[in-house]
Design a binder for this molecule. Structure first.
Ligand SMILES: NC(=O)c1ccc[n+]([C@@H]2O[C@H](COP(=O)([O-])OP(=O)(O)OC[C@H]3O[C@@H](n4cnc5c(N)ncnc54)[C@H](O)[C@@H]3O)[C@@H](O)[C@H]2O)c1
Length: 333
């Protein structure tokens, strides 16, 4: 079956990588990208894709249609769903930066909660296609030195960002239980890879190191994250879409726990720079100490496993940022 997919937020980091991934793995799929182009969305990210912004040109030659718009805009969504008989909706539109959510939570409530519910409602009333809500492991809160998050771990979000994502997860779950809407939820650990906005840790550290700018490390640098190469997350999203059960949650992780300090040291090594560039800065408010993801359910039920080793993915990502300064330089303040 060839798909007609609505992918929201695909001018951002994971959404754009997902579209590139689908071009390689599902070349028959036609895709409508809906993105508001906030500070985090960026059209040059899509430059290597066969996309058009004119609906008349949306065709086998131009199988990707870009629409600039907001997932909170119900009328726009209704027009899109009336014009296109979507076979699937993958919702990646979000406010995604924890530090920004600490500075001000309102945009997170609007896009992550109201936007998700608006999309769920319009999808349900227009053909009710398969729907995957892209969430995060951060909804589970923080771990001590032992243990991992499983899909049954109670939600305990600690930042305004993760609270808004957890709320969206509840609405997605309610859509399934109330209306039988075919919604599944993915919860993935920290992604890294090409096209990540340079305010996020990996690209910030890489581009700082390239420019001999100090690398800011929160607190003692010993917060632990599980890192996953973005293509592995994309494969997990697609496996969920194709083989996941409605009403179910699927965790994805890279099996690559590292302290922030370890990551920064490896980046400095790749850049050929010394550790004198490390600057410890006051810790993020409410900084979660450790995340780790148990993804055995996704392996068992979806046949999914991460395939990219951390060192391999990190080297690839560093080389990408080194070769693509024209992409990230305009995005750095
Ligand atoms: N980055 C990670 O490590 C990570 C890990 C797990 C889950 N996630 C989740 O994956 C999703 C994508 O994350 P990302 O890192 O690619 O984020 P991102 O910030 O890079 O991209 C978000 C995109 O959404 C768009 N957008 C924002 N508000 C919108 C709105 N109201 N309507 C339409 N488009 C809007 C932005 O323009 C941008 O293109 C998010 O839901 C995030 O919670 C991210």
């Amino acid at each position: 079956m060839s798909h007609l997919l609505l992918i929201t937020g695909a001018a951002g980091f994971i959404g754009s990588n997902l579209v590139y991934w689908l071009r390689r793995h599902q070349p028959e799929a036609r895709i409508v990208i809906l993105d508001a182009l906030t500070y985090a969305g960026n059209l040059p990210t899509l430059a290597a894709l066969p996309y058009t912004e004119k609906k008349e040109e949306f065709s086998a030659e131009k199988p990707i249609l870009f629409v600039r718009g907001d997932i909170c805009d119900q009328e726009l969504l209704q027009r899109l769903f009336t014009r296109h008989a979507f076979t699937g909706v993958l919702n990646l539109a979000a406010e995604s930066h924890v530090d920004r959510s600490i500075a001000g939570a309102q945009p997170f409530l609007r896009t992550n909660i109201i936007g998700t519910q608006t999309l769920l409602d319009v999808a349900r009333l227009h053909g009710n296609p398969r729907f995957v809500q892209i969430s995060t492991d951060e909804v589970y809160g923080s771990l001590g030195p032992e243990g991992k998050f499983s899909e049954t771990t109670p939600l305990a979000p600690n930042s305004p960002y993760s609270a808004s994502k957890a709320s969206a997860d509840h609405f997605a779950r309610a859509a399934f239980h109330t209306f039988g809407q075919p919604v599944s939820i993915t919860r993935c650990s920290n992604n890294y890879g090409p096209y990540q906005f340079p305010e996020k840790m990996m690209p910030l550290m890489m581009t700082n190191a390239m420019n001999d700018i100090p690398l800011p490390v929160y607190g003692d640098g010993l917060n632990v994250r599980d890192w996953i190469f973005v293509d592995d997350h994309c494969a997990g999203i697609w496996a969920t879409f194709e083989r996941g059960q409605p009403g179910e949650v699927y965790n994805f992780g890279g099996d690559s726990e590292r302290t922030n300090l370890d990551v920064v040291r490896q980046i400095l090594q790749l850049a050929g720079k010394t550790e004198s560039l490390i600057r410890y800065v006051p810790d993020r408010l409410g900084h979660d100490r450790r995340y780790a993801v148990d993804f055995t359910k996704s392996t068992r039920e979806l046949g999914w496993l991460p395939s990219v080793k951390f060192e391999e993915g990190l080297t690839h990502t560093f080389s990408w940022y080194r070769a693509n300064a024209s992409w990230w330089q305009p995005l750095r303040h």
